[in-house]
Ligand binder design. Structure first.
Ligand SMILES: [Zn+2]
Length: 253
């Protein structure tokens, strides 16, 4: 068969070829769509937004180490205090970001908290640090804000200008948030919870009680818990409470 014959045969069967190409296109597109659905589901589950069976919540407190006391001072204070009440590590996972005090750091900003991320594709419970009373339950999602664009002029002594663009909805900082007031003026904060926490302001909670699920609501790039401690609204490095044992103790591999 020479080229002319092939071309003629193709011309003769053009309807069949058209039909074949149409079905091929439909097949490829639907295959791609199914693949997209599968990957989207996997990513949603990994980020904690997907619905995972409730049985994956492990109610077994045994994995959660109970501590009895720790000594601490606030980040900017000199006085040492003791917290002598049972308390728990608030979730499962590895420490992905600790305290950052250098506000000029390129990655991250001032961050006086621990970010703890469970990399397992499951619902990961968040537990009350210690006995206390719910002080706030906030939904910081979708705050109307104005985006600002920064322009710095090196010639003009490095002066920066801000151009204000249209108002947009953006996810704000902490996402779904719980704040619990404990004894001895201590407070704990839990950010980025997956869904609205089933708690009421003024409600009593016990140390280790489940108060939410790790998520990525607010300013988060993945499922994790942002856990912060304060005394009289002065921030405390959570390391004082948890450095007594290895962090890997809370990573369930
Ligand atoms: Zn954080």
């Amino acid at each position: 068969m020479n080229l002319a014959q092939v071309a003629y045969a193709a011309y003769e069967n053009r309807d069949k070829i058209k039909r074949f190409l149409k079905w091929l296109a439909i097949l490829v597109l639907s295959g791609a769509f199914i693949l997209y659905l599968i990957f989207a589901t996997i990513i949603a589950v990994l980020q904690g937004n997907g619905k995972v069976a409730d049985s994956s919540i492990n109610p077994n407190l045994a994995q959660f180490v109970e501590f009895q006391s720790f000594s601490y001072r606030t980040i900017y204070g000199e006085t040492w205090y003791d917290f002598k009440h049972p308390y728990f590590f608030p979730t499962l996972g590895a420490l992905t970001q600790g305290v950052i005090l250098d506000s000029s750091a390129k990655v991250g900003r001032l961050h006086i908290a621990w970010d703890i991320a469970d990399h397992q594709p499951r619902q990961t419970e968040v537990r009350a640090f210690a006995d206390g009373v719910v002080e706030a339950v906030n939904n910081n999602m979708l705050i109307k804000t104005t985006r600002r664009w920064k322009f710095c002029d090196d010639n003009d002594y490095g002066i920066c200008w801000y151009a204000v663009k249209e108002t947009t909805d953006v996810q704000y900082a902490c996402g779904y948030e719980v704040i619990i007031a404990h004894t001895d003026s201590l407070k704990s904060q839990y950010c980025h919870l997956a869904s609205e926490p089933p708690l009421k302001v003024g409600q009593k909670v016990d140390a280790g009680q489940i108060i939410g699920i790790q998520g990525s609501t607010g300013w988060a790039t993945g499922k994790h818990l942002h856990f912060a401690l304060w005394r009289d609204n002065q921030p405390i490095d959570p390391s004082y409470a948890f450095l007594q044992t290895s962090l890997s103790d809370w990573e369930d591999k």
